[in-house]
Each structure stands twice: as structure tokens, then as C-alpha cells.
Write a protein that binds this ligand. Structure first.
Ligand SMILES: [Fe+2]
Length: 183
């Protein structure tokens, strides 16, 4: 499976435009973070691009979220990359996050939505207008983007990356695909 094939699957299974943007953002962040942890940027991006593949299919049955992705990838696409499949399961707490890849994907998932919310509340409504200070002030406001679980975002520190560096790298990754994200 390569990036192009993964994007074709996203196009096939994801109908919700904002969900597709979220998936692209998570892919970009994972690719950007991989070298910090000695990971392969292409494989980490793949984990990001595939992590919510079944989200539209399981929205009324969240217990099945990620299990359906595993079934689709294994049974229909002969994809048996256990490291990536486990990271997909772990991001939705279907297994404990144990490996570095699993832990980073878990922390990235709420962070992209948080950064989108920061951009939307900024007067310029652009990712390009954000900086670390702006994000940190919003991070401390509990009612801002309340759906972005701060403990889950901060869990990146358990794998040795300070939150400030994490936010900066994720912002840079998302700025790199700003036109895809419409921000
Ligand atoms: Fe996600």
C-alpha cells in the first residue's frame, strides 16, 4: 500500500468533507513527526491516512470503529501490516497504545481538530496566522475546542516530545497542506 492507494481508499470510503480533511491533517502530522521518533515517514503517514477509514461506516456503531477498517484492509486489500493496524485500533482505544507509533497517533488524533479550531477563531482564519503562543493560550482555555481532549494531546510527552514541540510540528505539517484543508 502506498500513499496513492491509501488516498484512493479514503475517497472511496469517506463521504464527509471535514472528515477527509481531518484524515489528511493526521497523515501530514504523522509524516512530519516520524523522524523525531526514528519512524518511517511514509509508513507513519499511511497510518494517519487509514486511521479513520471506517468512520462514516461505523458512525452509528462506534464499538465497531477501527475493527471495520481492519476487516476492509485485511480482507479486501490484502493489507497485513500489524504495526499500522494496531496503531489504528489503539487510536480509538480498542487496544492499549503500546508502541511509539500507537502512542503518537493517539496524541495526534485530537490535535488536528484543536489546530483547526485555533485557525477558525483567529481573526485571519488561516493556519498561516497561528503561532505557538496562540495555540498555548487556547490550549489552557478548557471551554475552547472542548472536544479536543487535552490529556490525550499531552500524552505525547510520555514518548519524550514536549507539548510545545509537538504543537509546533503539527502546525507546520498542517500549514504545508493548508490549501487541502481550506485554511
Ligand atoms: Fe481521527
Amino acid at each position: 500500500m502506498d500513499r496513492k492507494q491509501a488516498l484512493a481508499l479514503v475517497d472511496r470510503y469517506i463521504q464527509t468533507p471535514n472528515l477527509k480533511k481531518h484524515i489528511l491533517a493526521v497523515g501530514a502530522c504523522m509524516q512530519r513527526l516520524a523522524p523525531k521518533f526514528g519512524g518511517d515517514p511514509d509508513r507513519w503517514e499511511l497510518a494517519g491516512l487509514l486511521h479513520d477509514l471506517d468512520y462514516d461506516l461505523t458512525k452509528n456503531d462506534p464499538d465497531r470503529h477501527t475493527w471495520v477498517t481492519k476487516e476492509i484492509l485485511e480482507n479486501e486489500h490484502d493489507f497485513h501490516d500489524t504495526e499500522i493496524l494496531n496503531a489504528i485500533l489503539a487510536h480509538a482505544e480498542k487496544k492499549p497504545a503500546e508502541t511509539v507509533l500507537e502512542k503518537v497517533l493517539y496524541a495526534v488524533d485530537p490535535t488536528t481538530g484543536f489546530i483547526v479550531a485555533c485557525a477558525l477563531m483567529h481573526p485571519e482564519k488561516k493556519l498561516a496566522a497561528l503561532d505557538l503562543g496562540f495555540m498555548k493560550r487556547r490550549f489552557k482555555e478548557k471551554r475552547f475546542a472542548a472536544g479536543a481532549n487535552r490529556d490525550q494531546m499531552r500524552s505525547i510527552e510520555a514518548v519524550g516530545l514536549p507539548l510545545d514541540d509537538f504543537l509546533t510540528l503539527c502546525l507546520e505539517a498542517m500549514q504545508g497542506i493548508a490549501s487541502d484543508l481550506g485554511l
